[in-house]
Design a binder for this molecule. Structure first.
Ligand SMILES: [Fe+2]
Ligand SMILES: [Fe+2]
Length: 297
């Protein structure tokens, strides 16, 4: 299906929703503040403390087994010192995006959706580290956000999207292809349209739009390829949400792999089996992380 037509349809759909969740203003400000080289921890702590939900989430995540603090961290400022400035951006953005969709009842089971998203984020970061991609934080955040458009479809196109989910359960078709066929657009175009509304930086928009076709990426094909492989990997390891268990893939036959080898020739020597084996180590951490985010007790 024509990509321009799918984009047009996505813009109409996203534009027609009045109560599209918003990203808290504090999150956007934290992101901007962190780009300022003279920023100090006190400024960020003061700003974050104005958003109690975000503060509570950061504290909870930080005291979770994933970050394994050596002692209980009770003040936000200590938390920020412990985490370091780079991680704060990750937490501010991701906790806000999750919060934006919390409590909504859609066609998707949100827990497994975020498990997939965080899984792809963590595996993207590991792949980025392995190949020597310079911005690990960007790889992680891109992975978390790549399927954002699905939450929109799940919430605002509930019944037609339900049909899509049923269709992929019973037919050997990828979720993204079933969306194009039955909805006339996909989560990639919808996600792009939302990301633009939320003023996400261009490279995140690129991943959201092209993570299923990294060869067509406009800004950072390497980043799109990293997320593409992480996505396939998590899907075949059970971190999926759309009944796509039948999918199998061979890393070295993927376009993304070719793109990465062109950018990082050293990768050609990498043993594919070992590559996947090492990624497997991340899976238990992903499950623990998601459990800690969604544990409301
Ligand atoms: Fe996707
Ligand atoms: Fe995905």
């Amino acid at each position: 299906m024509d990509r321009n037509l799918m984009m047009e349809r996505a813009e109409i759909l996203v534009g027609s929703v009045d109560d599209l969740p918003t990203i808290p203003i504090v999150a956007t400000k934290v992101l901007q503040l962190l780009d300022d080289h003279d920023v100090c921890i006190d400024d960020i702590a003061d700003l974050m403390l104005t958003d109690q939900v975000m503060t509570a989430r950061v504290m909870k995540l930080l005291n979770s087994p994933v970050f394994k603090p050596t002692q209980d961290i009770s003040s936000l400022k200590r938390a920020l010192v412990y985490l370091g400035l780079r991680h704060i951006r990750e937490l501010a953005l991701t906790t806000s995006v999750i919060h934006a969709f919390e409590g909504t009842s859609g066609a998707l089971e949100l827990n497994s959706f975020w498990e997939h998203s965080f899984g792809v984020g963590m595996v993207s970061k590991i792949i980025a580290q392995k190949i020597g991609y310079q911005d690990l934080e960007k790889a992680y955040i891109s992975g978390i956000l790549h399927d954002l458009g699905e939450v929109f479809l799940s919430n605002f196109l509930h019944d037609p999207f339900m049909e899509v989910l049923m269709h992929v359960k019973t037919h050997p078709i990828k979720l993204v292809d079933a969306e194009a066929m039955l909805l006339g657009t996909t989560h990639c175009e919808i996600g792009l349209s939302m990301a633009r509304k939320w003023n996400f930086p261009e490279s995140y928009c690129d991943v959201i739009a092209y993570h299923h076709n990294p060869g067509q990426a406009k800004i950072d094909p390497v980043l799109c390829s990293i997320v593409n492989l992480a996505d396939l990997f998590c899907t075949v390891r059970g971190l999926n949400y759309g009944g796509r268990e039948w999918i199998s893939f061979k890393v070295c036959e993927e376009d993304a792999w070719t793109i990465l080898i062109e950018a990082y020739p050293g990768m050609a020597q990498m043993d594919e089996e070992r590559f996947c084996y090492e990624l497997d180590d991340a899976i238990p951490d992903v499950t623990a992380l998601v459990a800690s985010i969604f544990d409301h007790n």
